[in-house]
Design a protein around this ligand. Structure first.
Ligand code: PLP
Length: 326
């Protein structure tokens, strides 16, 4: 199908104009030279989405928050870490739409509010703290019940807005990319709750591209993320009333978990090098938890000559740079 046909198919879902699309795609010639040549390197600048400090969550929330509005919600409820980019993007959407936001955050209330936690405060979000990551999803339900008992109309958004509807935002983003440049041979990006990757893979499959999509994990194992991405893609097929077969062919679900290091948010030598190289060669700022590890993956692949010189590789910058100020 063509990009126009994909847009038309998704147009039946309401969407909010948060993204200011298209985001810029630019080459990274100095990084390429520093790495000793290799494939053409490009970057898709979703970090530069103006809304709410940008990032990949804005593409998903354009659709998910629109559904909340359509259902008459008055409060968006979601969860993440204290420094969650997704929580900040959700609080931004709520503020812009005149809704309340309740964010469930795992960890202790910070003694100093910095970076995303500071922005959540400025945006007027209420934060409920829970002890562990496992406590987050049940607490979303509890908060929603509490709000309903007060005659409020909560709308729960799962972690990362990685629902089939949210993923559609990234299927559309593939259509946006191929209007800007010939389909790249490879897209490399950070993956965690799987919605970004599900949308990118679904977009490539729907458009019949030969593009590889490589998700570099920020935390979970390749096997569990692949399962998660597959499940979201199957939900996308349901949403679009497509036969799952149609959405199962083409671009593979590739997840590389070798760059996680000691765990979620724990820097590695390679992620720290990636932050410095991207800043010093291209004035691109990466966040320590997600995009630095994804860029570390891209750098390692180029150094190991996993790509051919004639190929084009797009690094999809998914944002999160606010976390540099935590
Ligand atoms: C900056 C950044 N990049 C990448 C990701 C991963 O995206 P997804 O959760 O859609 O896999 C996240 C999600 O938390 C993020 O905040």
């Amino acid at each position: 199908m063509t990009p126009a046909a994909l847009r038309e198919m998704v147009a039946r879902f309401p969407s909010l104009p948060f993204v200011a699309a298209p985001t810029i795609v630019e080459p990274m010639p100095a990084l390429r030279t520093l790495l000793g040549g290799g494939p053409g390197l490009f970057i898709k600048r979703d970090d530069a989405i103006p809304f709410g400090f940008g990032g990949n969550k804005v593409r998903k929330l354009a659709l998910v928050a629109a559904q909340a509005v359509a259902e008459g919600a008055d409060t968006l409820v979601t969860a993440g870490g204290i420094q969650s980019n997704h929580a900040r993007a959700t609080a931004s959407a709520a503020a812009k739409l005149g809704l309340r936001a309740v964010l469930v955050a795992n960890g202790d209330a910070p003694s100093r509010f910095t970076a995303n936690a500071l922005l959540d405060r400025l945006l007027g979000a209420d934060v409920v703290y829970v002890a562990t990551r496992e406590d987050r999803a049940p607490m979303i339900l509890t908060v929603c019940e509490r709000l309903r008992a007060e005659n409020r109309r909560p709308f729960a958004i799962p972690i990362g807005a990685s629902t089939p509807l949210g993923a559609l935002g990234f299927a559309l983003a593939v259509a946006e990319l191929v209007d800007q440049m010939p389909a790249p041979h490879v897209i490399v990006h950070s993956t965690s709750s799987g919605g970004t990757q599900a949308g990118l893979v679904a977009g490539c499959r729907l458009l019949g591209l030969h593009t590889r999509v490589v998700g570099i994990s920020a935390d979970d194992s390749s096997a569990s993320l692949q399962r998660q991405v597959r499940a979201i893609i199957s939900g996308v097929a349901d949403l679009l009333d497509l036969d799952l077969e149609t959405l199962s062919r083409g671009t593979a679900i590739e997840v590389d978990d070798r760059f996680v290091g000691g765990g979620y948010g724990i820097p590695t030598d390679a992620s720290q090098e990636a932050i410095e190289l991207a800043a010093r060669t291209e004035a691109i700022f990466l966040d320590p938890t997600y995009t630095a590890k994804a860029m570390a993956g891209l750098i390692a692949y180029v150094r190991q000559q996993k790509f051919k010189d004639h190929q084009t590789v797009v690094f999809w910058h998914t944002g999160g740079q606010v976390a540099l100020f935590a």
